[in-house]
Design a protein around this ligand. Structure first.
Ligand code: URA
Length: 495
């Protein structure tokens, strides 16, 4: 028996290095005992019967790496061995992970899903309380995760609360952030964290003050908070105010950034009425956002706000906002570029020529559009009038950036396991940078904001309409259908 000793419960690098060497040497899974924190034994224990033959190198799909990174955090003691068994399979059959009916694949997916849920719960429900210290206030939270996820979530809280001093205490490990450095400490007990306290109000005020309108995700809050949390979380009490304020602050930011530009100053003056309409719409939607409200109410609230969006100038000439559509539990979210002429008139995404081609390709790929959520990176039609015609114009970086807010709301509300960027504009919106489709298509990518789920990139259907050569057009269309097929399979596997 070979004994592998890992440094920590979530020691992904330790597992990966050992597993790579062992699988390269074809060491059987039954021959390995995985342990945690036993420094007395090395990778190849003296008790191991034979030296390893020289290791051969091999590669594994990136999807396996991200699966393994999640699974490692599970509390199941068998996780290391299960992953190793999968690695051995992948060595001989690189597509082994695509076999969604395989019990091992299913088990690993279940473990990864449980970990992602745990991470999400910690993101959503961790509750800080203010503690006075000689250096000033520190915000302390107690949480008991089901799995070994504390290190995995650290980056999220550092990014989210970069400007405050906080500690997260858990039975296994503590994290302490001083505004610059993240330190780890030993596990703690519930009694080490402040209990119900009178500083709730201070925390609410603080949360409200640091709250960045560009990050407001009403949808995520409402969908993910079980009803029992609604009453208790101070943030919830702020939801109504936040919705209103987000729009107000946003308008103020737009106006401030307009500076001395006369045109923008006029836009700021215009904003008054539109803004009032927006608030009225948000008010109406808010009435449905009471405890017991659901994801649909949250989506309707977003829609109501989006309908009167003035985040960039495109609303001035378009007929209407074209928001996303589809079931809110969709496993796949498709992001296009922007509505075209027909979408602008119909108020629905992908109904014109590109939409029809998209529909046909989805059918051939075995993906039911009615079970997907389809939206656009930019929600207003950008065009140049030419006689009676309106000629499509590509949205620029600022317009994409302004509209990202909506995409983030939709993503947080729906949280699809698979998000697909159709074309470069959608890619830029999703990844926050220019992407090269030819380099990124055909495989899953980690979402740049650390959210669960995977991102895929493929061409935009209107690209296929523009390919002049008939043979090449057929070939590109076939590749597009293949991409969609693979995406559909992946969504099924992850669901
Ligand atoms: N092109 C897009 O990107 N989106 C649409 O909704 C229609 C055409």
């Amino acid at each position: 028996m070979r004994v592998v000793s890992l440094a920590e419960e979530d020691d992904f690098e330790g597992w990966r290095d050992a597993a790579r060497a062992l699988a390269g040497a074809r060491a059987p899974a039954t021959d390995i005992s995985w342990r945690v924190g036993e420094s007395v034994v090395g990778l190849f224990d003296a008790a191991s019967s034979q030296p390893l033959p020289p290791a051969a190198t091999f590669t594994v799909p990136r999807a396996f790496i991200s699966l393994a990174e999640s699974v490692i955090c599970h509390s199941d003691p068998e996780r290391f061995a299960l992953l190793y068994a999968m690695l051995l399979r992948l060595r001989d059959r690189p597509a082994a992970l695509d076999d969604a009916a395989d019990p091992l694949v299913q088990r690993l997916e279940r473990l990864a899903k449980a970990v992602r849920r745990d991470i999400h719960k910690m993101h959503a429900f961790l509750r800080f309380r203010e503690v006075a210290t000689p250096e000033g206030p520190r915000y302390v939270a107690w949480f008991e995760p089901d799995h070994h996820i504390v290190r995995a979530v650290a980056g999220f809280f550092v990014r989210r609360f970069a400007g405050m001093r906080w500690s997260i205490l858990t039975p296994e490990l503590s994290l302490h952030w001083d505004g610059e450095i993240l330190a780890e400490g030993p596990g703690a007990a519930r009694g080490d964290a402040p209990s119900e306290d009178p500083t709730e109000e201070a925390w609410s005020t603080y949360y409200s003050a640091i709250f960045n309108p560009a990050r407001l995700s009403v949808g995520a809050m409402l969908k993910e908070m079980p009803k029992k949390y609604w009453k208790n979380l101070p943030e919830t009490a702020l939801v109504s105010g936040m919705i209103k304020e987000a729009r107000g602050r946003e308008a103020a930011m737009v106006a401030a950034s307009a500076g001395t530009d006369g045109k923008m100053a006029r836009a700021k003056a215009d904003l008054g009425d539109t803004e009032r309409e927006g608030l009225a719409a948000a008010d109406a939607a808010e009435r449905r956002l009471e405890p017991g409200g659901n994801a649909l109410a949250a989506w309707e609230a977003l829609l109501a706000e989006a309908k009167v969006c003035t985040r960039c100038h495109l609303y001035k000439h378009a007929t209407q906002t074209v928001f996303g559509e589809g079931p809110l539990d969709a496993r796949i979210m498709f992001i296009g570029e922007q509505p075209g002429d027909q979408e602008d008139l119909a108020g629905r995404p992908f109904v014109g020529p590109a939409g029809q081609l998209f529909d046909r390709a989805l059918v051939e790929a075995g993906v039911d559009r009615a079970r997907t959520y389809v939206t656009n990176a930019v929600k207003h039609f950008k065009f140049e009038p030419r006689g009676k015609r309106r000629i499509h114009q590509k949205p620029d970086g600022r317009e994409i950036e302004a509209c990202r807010w909506w995409i983030e709301q939709e993503r947080m509300l729906i949280r699809p396991p698979v998000i697909v960027a159709l074309g470069a504009t959608a890619g830029r919106s999703l990844f926050g940078r220019a992407v090269t489709i030819s380099r990124m298509r055909g495989e899953p990518h980690v979402l740049p904001d650390g959210e669960a789920g995977e991102a895929w990139v493929t061409v935009h259907p209107s690209f296929l309409l523009r390919v002049p050569d008939a043979d090449r057009k057929r070939e590109e269309y076939r590749r597009f259908v293949d991409d969609l097929h693979r995406i559909g399979e992946r969504a099924r596997a992850l669901a």
